[in-house]
Design a protein around this ligand. Structure first.
Ligand code: CAA
Length: 288
């Protein structure tokens, strides 16, 4: 299996732009693409903001910024972005059929040695691999939001994923300054299965009038030293993303713990998706 030099990121939303930024900063040649063309200028602006914040915080030198920016390109065409990639990370919406369709398309474009990684937070890697002719190179590489700051990558090994692909994916995560954990392909992996429980219970507590959103969050921030309470975190992750994960876990684990609360559905139906839409459990001034 060849070494990783060139990375393509498909999906330029909340996660994709962060993954592209971190990979470029870590020395990879990166191409970022999205089927929705309007997502690309938005992602470029967000990446420019990340570079500016990195320099401001003294984490990134201006020379490193310039070199990383030169290594990063945005392309409106998936085949153009992915053609030469040693590793493709897909970070498109959390819908199995869309991800399977993308992987099928990718197989026509990339070389046989290219690793196909999914940033899925809950979908089975087995089902993603089954959509391809070479499931051995399909793996989960689950990043966390905000990608530049969060230190974990959850590497999810499908039933067919080869040892080499697991090793290379872990080495890649480490080269980004992240710590990988390897998790068996099981519903919600390690992080979503645990994290979603707290988020959903907080929403149920809000529905039942146990306390205000601010105070439920303060309970976990001050009482348990979580950096961010579960409702604010749901806003950061995206209410639609959390709902999709909860629905999937409820269906696969069959446990009422994962049944999505009515309030979560109502907010998503009203377009209140959290930070990215400007409002969720809180109002966000710096939406997008
Ligand atoms: N480039 C490089 N480094 C950067 C940077 C940038 N653009 N921006 C910030 N940093 C660095 C900072 O310099 C700082 O470094 P030091 O700790 O060495 O000083 C570090 O990153 C932290 O940055 P901030 O000071 O801005 O962070 P903060 O203390 O204000 O915390 C937070 C913000 C990280 C978001 C924190 O509130 C937090 O951890 N919240 C919880 C986030 C979380 O749980 N995310 C997971 C969500 S679940 C998910 O994503 C998975 C899913 O499937 C849905």
């Amino acid at each position: 299996m060849a070494e990783i030099h060139r990375v393509a990121v498909v999906g330029a939303g909340t996660m994709g732009h962060g993954i592209a930024y971190v990979a470029a900063l870590s020395g990879y040649s990166v191409a970022l693409t999205d089927a929705q063309q309007e997502a690309l200028p938005r992602a470029e602006a967000r990446i420019a903001q990340l570079f500016a914040r990195g320099v401001e915080r003294g984490k990134v030198t201006t020379a490193d910024r310039d070199a990383a920016m030169a290594r990063l390109r945005v392309s409106p065409s998936m085949p153009d972005a992915a053609r030469d990639a040693d590793l493709v990370v897909e970070a498109i919406a959390e819908r199995l059929s869309d991800k399977q369709a993308l992987l099928r398309e990718l197989e026509h474009v990339v070389s046989e040695r290219t690793i196909l990684a999914s940033n899925t937070s809950s979908l089975p890697i087995a089902s993603l691999g089954a959509a391809t002719r070479h499931p051995g190179r399909v793996i989960g590489m689950h990043f966390f939001n905000p990608v530049p700051v969060m230190r974990l990558v959850e590497v999810v090994r499908g039933p067919e994923t080869t040892d080499t692909v697991v090793q290379q994916s872990c080495a890649f995560a480490q080269s980004l300054g992240k710590t990988p954990i390897v998790v068996r392909d099981s519903p919600g992996f390690a992080t979503s299965r645990l994290g979603v429980v707290l988020g959903l219970e907080a929403i149920r507590m809000l529905e039942q009038g146990v306390a205000s959103a601010e105070d439920i969050d303060r309970a976990m921030e001050l009482g348990y030293n979580h950096p961010m309470g579960p409702l604010r975190l749901t806003d950061l992750v995206g209410l639609d993303v959390r709902l999709a994960i909860a629905e999937h876990l409820h269906a696969t684990l069959g446990d009422d713990t994962y049944r999505p609360p009515a309030l979560l559905r109502q907010l998503v139906d009203a377009g209140k998706l959290g930070r990215k839409s400007g409002e969720g459990f809180y109002r966000w001034e710096d939406a997008r």
